[in-house]
Write a protein that binds this ligand. Sequence first.
Ligand code: HEC
Ligand code: HEC
Length: 178
Amino acid sequence: MSKPNATFVKLALAALMLAAGVSLNWPTSYASQDLPPGKGVELATAKCVTCHEADLIRAQRLTKQGWTREVEKMIRWGASVNDAEKTILVDYFSAHFGPRPTAATNAVSSVERGKSIFEDKCLVCHEIDLTAQQRLTKPGWTREVEKMVRWGASVTDAEKGPLVDYLFATYGPRPLGK
Ligand code: HEC
Ligand code: HEC
Protein backbone atom coordinates (compact mmCIF):
# COMPACT_ATOMS: atom_id res chain seq x y z
CA MET A 1 0.00 0.00 0.00
CA SER A 2 1.43 3.40 -0.88
CA LYS A 3 1.80 6.24 1.64
CA PRO A 4 -0.69 9.09 1.36
CA ASN A 5 0.60 11.80 -0.93
CA ALA A 6 2.28 14.49 1.22
CA THR A 7 0.89 17.39 -0.76
CA PHE A 8 -2.59 15.98 -0.48
CA VAL A 9 -2.25 15.66 3.30
CA LYS A 10 -1.04 19.26 3.59
CA LEU A 11 -3.91 20.59 1.52
CA ALA A 12 -6.43 18.60 3.53
CA LEU A 13 -4.95 19.98 6.76
CA ALA A 14 -5.03 23.53 5.42
CA ALA A 15 -8.67 23.11 4.46
CA LEU A 16 -9.53 21.84 7.94
CA MET A 17 -7.70 24.69 9.68
CA LEU A 18 -9.29 27.11 7.31
CA ALA A 19 -12.78 25.81 8.02
CA ALA A 20 -12.19 26.18 11.77
CA GLY A 21 -10.65 29.64 11.47
CA VAL A 22 -13.35 31.02 9.25
CA SER A 23 -16.20 29.82 11.41
CA LEU A 24 -14.58 31.43 14.47
CA ASN A 25 -13.89 34.78 12.85
CA TRP A 26 -16.88 35.10 10.56
CA PRO A 27 -17.62 38.82 10.26
CA THR A 28 -21.36 38.86 10.84
CA SER A 29 -21.74 42.61 10.34
CA TYR A 30 -20.94 42.45 6.62
CA ALA A 31 -23.79 41.80 4.27
CA SER A 32 -21.81 41.82 1.04
CA GLN A 33 -19.06 39.45 0.03
CA ASP A 34 -16.86 42.24 -1.33
CA LEU A 35 -13.93 44.13 0.04
CA PRO A 36 -14.80 47.53 1.56
CA PRO A 37 -14.40 50.60 -0.67
CA GLY A 38 -11.27 52.75 -0.32
CA LYS A 39 -7.93 53.49 -1.96
CA GLY A 40 -6.53 50.18 -3.18
CA VAL A 41 -9.79 48.23 -3.39
CA GLU A 42 -9.57 47.66 -7.18
CA LEU A 43 -6.00 46.42 -6.89
CA ALA A 44 -6.87 44.18 -3.94
CA THR A 45 -9.83 42.73 -5.81
CA ALA A 46 -7.78 42.14 -8.96
CA LYS A 47 -4.78 40.62 -7.19
CA CYS A 48 -6.21 38.92 -4.15
CA VAL A 49 -9.73 37.76 -4.91
CA THR A 50 -8.71 35.38 -7.66
CA CYS A 51 -7.70 32.15 -5.92
CA HIS A 52 -10.11 32.60 -3.01
CA GLU A 53 -13.05 34.71 -1.90
CA ALA A 54 -12.70 37.98 0.01
CA ASP A 55 -14.00 36.25 3.17
CA LEU A 56 -10.58 34.73 3.81
CA ILE A 57 -9.12 38.23 3.92
CA ARG A 58 -11.98 39.83 5.86
CA ALA A 59 -11.72 37.20 8.58
CA GLN A 60 -8.23 38.48 9.46
CA ARG A 61 -7.33 41.31 11.85
CA LEU A 62 -3.61 42.02 11.45
CA THR A 63 -1.10 44.73 12.22
CA LYS A 64 0.81 46.38 9.39
CA GLN A 65 3.69 43.90 9.86
CA GLY A 66 1.14 41.10 9.87
CA TRP A 67 -0.34 42.22 6.56
CA THR A 68 3.13 42.62 5.07
CA ARG A 69 3.92 39.03 6.01
CA GLU A 70 0.55 37.83 4.71
CA VAL A 71 0.96 39.58 1.34
CA GLU A 72 4.52 38.26 1.04
CA LYS A 73 3.26 34.77 1.79
CA MET A 74 0.60 35.09 -0.94
CA ILE A 75 3.30 36.28 -3.37
CA ARG A 76 5.31 33.13 -2.55
CA TRP A 77 2.13 31.16 -3.14
CA GLY A 78 1.63 32.72 -6.58
CA ALA A 79 0.01 36.17 -6.31
CA SER A 80 1.58 38.49 -8.91
CA VAL A 81 2.20 41.66 -6.92
CA ASN A 82 5.15 44.02 -7.51
CA ASP A 83 6.79 46.17 -4.81
CA ALA A 84 4.76 49.31 -5.52
CA GLU A 85 1.54 47.31 -5.44
CA LYS A 86 2.61 45.60 -2.25
CA THR A 87 2.80 48.96 -0.44
CA ILE A 88 -0.68 49.95 -1.61
CA LEU A 89 -2.13 46.57 -0.64
CA VAL A 90 -0.55 46.54 2.82
CA ASP A 91 -1.85 50.08 3.49
CA TYR A 92 -5.31 49.15 2.28
CA PHE A 93 -5.55 45.95 4.33
CA SER A 94 -4.17 47.49 7.51
CA ALA A 95 -6.56 50.44 7.21
CA HIS A 96 -9.61 48.18 6.90
CA PHE A 97 -8.61 45.02 8.71
CA GLY A 98 -6.31 46.23 11.47
CA PRO A 99 -6.41 44.76 14.99
CA ARG A 100 -9.63 45.40 16.90
CA PRO A 101 -9.18 47.66 19.92
CA THR A 102 -9.22 45.66 23.13
CA ALA A 103 -11.47 46.65 26.02
CA ALA A 104 -8.42 47.41 28.13
CA THR A 105 -6.94 50.02 25.78
CA ASN A 106 -9.51 52.57 24.76
CA ALA A 107 -12.99 51.12 24.55
CA VAL A 108 -13.83 51.82 28.20
CA SER A 109 -14.70 55.44 28.84
CA SER A 110 -14.04 57.31 32.05
CA VAL A 111 -17.75 57.23 32.87
CA GLU A 112 -17.89 53.46 32.46
CA ARG A 113 -14.88 53.01 34.71
CA GLY A 114 -16.47 55.40 37.21
CA LYS A 115 -19.59 53.26 37.31
CA SER A 116 -17.71 50.19 38.47
CA ILE A 117 -15.70 52.24 40.98
CA PHE A 118 -19.00 53.59 42.32
CA GLU A 119 -20.45 50.11 42.65
CA ASP A 120 -17.32 48.78 44.38
CA LYS A 121 -16.51 51.66 46.67
CA CYS A 122 -19.67 53.65 47.34
CA LEU A 123 -22.34 51.04 47.86
CA VAL A 124 -20.50 49.62 50.84
CA CYS A 125 -22.08 51.69 53.64
CA HIS A 126 -25.35 52.76 52.09
CA GLU A 127 -27.75 52.00 49.26
CA ILE A 128 -27.79 53.79 45.94
CA ASP A 129 -30.75 56.01 46.95
CA LEU A 130 -28.66 58.37 49.09
CA THR A 131 -26.59 59.15 46.01
CA ALA A 132 -29.47 59.11 43.54
CA GLN A 133 -31.37 61.73 45.57
CA GLN A 134 -28.63 64.26 44.95
CA ARG A 135 -28.28 66.48 41.89
CA LEU A 136 -24.86 68.06 42.02
CA THR A 137 -22.50 69.95 39.77
CA LYS A 138 -19.04 68.57 39.09
CA PRO A 139 -17.44 70.56 41.95
CA GLY A 140 -20.35 69.45 44.12
CA TRP A 141 -19.67 65.77 43.41
CA THR A 142 -15.96 66.29 43.93
CA ARG A 143 -16.68 67.73 47.40
CA GLU A 144 -19.13 64.91 48.16
CA VAL A 145 -16.61 62.23 47.17
CA GLU A 146 -13.91 63.92 49.27
CA LYS A 147 -16.30 64.03 52.21
CA MET A 148 -17.04 60.29 51.80
CA VAL A 149 -13.31 59.59 51.66
CA ARG A 150 -12.92 61.45 54.98
CA TRP A 151 -15.78 59.32 56.28
CA GLY A 152 -14.03 56.14 55.26
CA ALA A 153 -14.63 55.40 51.54
CA SER A 154 -11.44 53.88 50.07
CA VAL A 155 -11.26 55.83 46.81
CA THR A 156 -7.77 56.47 45.44
CA ASP A 157 -6.76 59.73 43.76
CA ALA A 158 -6.69 57.98 40.39
CA GLU A 159 -10.25 56.71 40.87
CA LYS A 160 -11.61 60.10 41.88
CA GLY A 161 -11.69 61.55 38.33
CA PRO A 162 -13.66 58.73 36.65
CA LEU A 163 -15.93 58.44 39.70
CA VAL A 164 -16.82 62.16 39.63
CA ASP A 165 -17.35 61.92 35.83
CA TYR A 166 -19.78 59.07 36.37
CA LEU A 167 -21.66 60.76 39.24
CA PHE A 168 -21.95 64.04 37.34
CA ALA A 169 -23.07 62.27 34.14
CA THR A 170 -25.68 60.25 36.03
CA TYR A 171 -26.74 62.59 38.84
CA GLY A 172 -25.94 66.03 37.48
CA PRO A 173 -28.18 69.04 38.12
CA ARG A 174 -31.66 68.67 36.60
CA PRO A 175 -32.32 71.03 33.70
CA LEU A 176 -34.47 73.99 34.75
CA GLY A 177 -38.22 73.47 34.35
CA LYS A 178 -38.19 69.70 34.99
C1 HEC B 1 -2.24 32.11 -6.40
C2 HEC B 1 -3.40 32.01 -5.56
C3 HEC B 1 -3.58 33.05 -4.48
C4 HEC B 1 -3.57 34.42 -4.63
C5 HEC B 1 -3.41 35.23 -5.91
C6 HEC B 1 -3.80 34.96 -3.32
N1 HEC B 1 -3.96 33.96 -2.41
FE1 HEC B 1 -4.42 34.17 -0.44
N2 HEC B 1 -4.46 32.16 -0.23
C7 HEC B 1 -4.19 31.24 -1.21
C8 HEC B 1 -4.30 29.90 -0.65
C9 HEC B 1 -4.08 28.61 -1.39
C10 HEC B 1 -4.65 30.06 0.71
C11 HEC B 1 -4.87 28.97 1.75
C12 HEC B 1 -6.34 28.82 2.00
C13 HEC B 1 -7.00 27.95 1.01
O1 HEC B 1 -6.63 26.78 0.93
O2 HEC B 1 -7.91 28.44 0.31
C14 HEC B 1 -4.76 31.48 0.94
C15 HEC B 1 -5.12 32.04 2.15
C16 HEC B 1 -5.18 33.39 2.41
C17 HEC B 1 -5.51 33.96 3.69
C18 HEC B 1 -5.91 33.21 4.95
C19 HEC B 1 -4.76 33.12 5.92
C20 HEC B 1 -3.66 32.24 5.41
O3 HEC B 1 -2.52 32.74 5.36
O4 HEC B 1 -3.90 31.06 5.08
C21 HEC B 1 -5.43 35.32 3.56
C22 HEC B 1 -5.66 36.38 4.62
C23 HEC B 1 -5.05 35.58 2.18
N3 HEC B 1 -4.92 34.40 1.52
C24 HEC B 1 -4.84 36.84 1.67
C25 HEC B 1 -4.48 37.10 0.37
C26 HEC B 1 -4.13 38.41 -0.14
C27 HEC B 1 -4.13 39.69 0.69
C28 HEC B 1 -3.85 38.27 -1.45
C29 HEC B 1 -3.39 39.34 -2.40
C30 HEC B 1 -2.06 39.84 -2.17
C31 HEC B 1 -4.00 36.86 -1.78
N4 HEC B 1 -4.38 36.19 -0.65
C32 HEC B 1 -3.82 36.32 -3.04
C33 HEC B 1 -3.90 31.53 -2.51
C34 HEC B 1 -3.82 32.78 -3.08
C1 HEC C 1 -17.48 54.22 55.09
C2 HEC C 1 -18.90 54.32 54.77
C3 HEC C 1 -19.28 55.12 53.53
C4 HEC C 1 -18.81 54.95 52.27
C5 HEC C 1 -17.81 53.92 51.76
C6 HEC C 1 -19.50 55.92 51.45
N1 HEC C 1 -20.38 56.64 52.19
FE1 HEC C 1 -21.68 58.02 51.52
N2 HEC C 1 -22.40 58.25 53.38
C7 HEC C 1 -21.96 57.61 54.51
C8 HEC C 1 -22.71 58.04 55.65
C9 HEC C 1 -22.54 57.55 57.09
C10 HEC C 1 -23.64 58.99 55.17
C11 HEC C 1 -24.66 59.71 55.94
C12 HEC C 1 -25.88 58.75 55.87
C13 HEC C 1 -27.10 59.26 56.43
O1 HEC C 1 -27.26 60.47 56.60
O2 HEC C 1 -27.96 58.38 56.66
C14 HEC C 1 -23.40 59.09 53.74
C15 HEC C 1 -24.16 59.91 52.90
C16 HEC C 1 -23.96 60.04 51.55
C17 HEC C 1 -24.72 60.94 50.71
C18 HEC C 1 -25.88 61.84 51.12
C19 HEC C 1 -25.42 63.29 51.31
C20 HEC C 1 -24.53 63.47 52.51
O3 HEC C 1 -23.43 64.01 52.33
O4 HEC C 1 -24.93 63.08 53.63
C21 HEC C 1 -24.19 60.80 49.46
C22 HEC C 1 -24.60 61.56 48.19
C23 HEC C 1 -23.14 59.83 49.53
N3 HEC C 1 -23.03 59.37 50.83
C24 HEC C 1 -22.37 59.44 48.45
C25 HEC C 1 -21.33 58.53 48.55
C26 HEC C 1 -20.45 58.23 47.46
C27 HEC C 1 -20.52 58.85 46.08
C28 HEC C 1 -19.57 57.31 47.93
C29 HEC C 1 -18.40 56.71 47.18
C30 HEC C 1 -17.29 57.61 47.00
C31 HEC C 1 -19.92 57.02 49.30
N4 HEC C 1 -20.97 57.79 49.64
C32 HEC C 1 -19.27 56.09 50.08
C33 HEC C 1 -20.96 56.66 54.56
C34 HEC C 1 -20.26 56.20 53.49
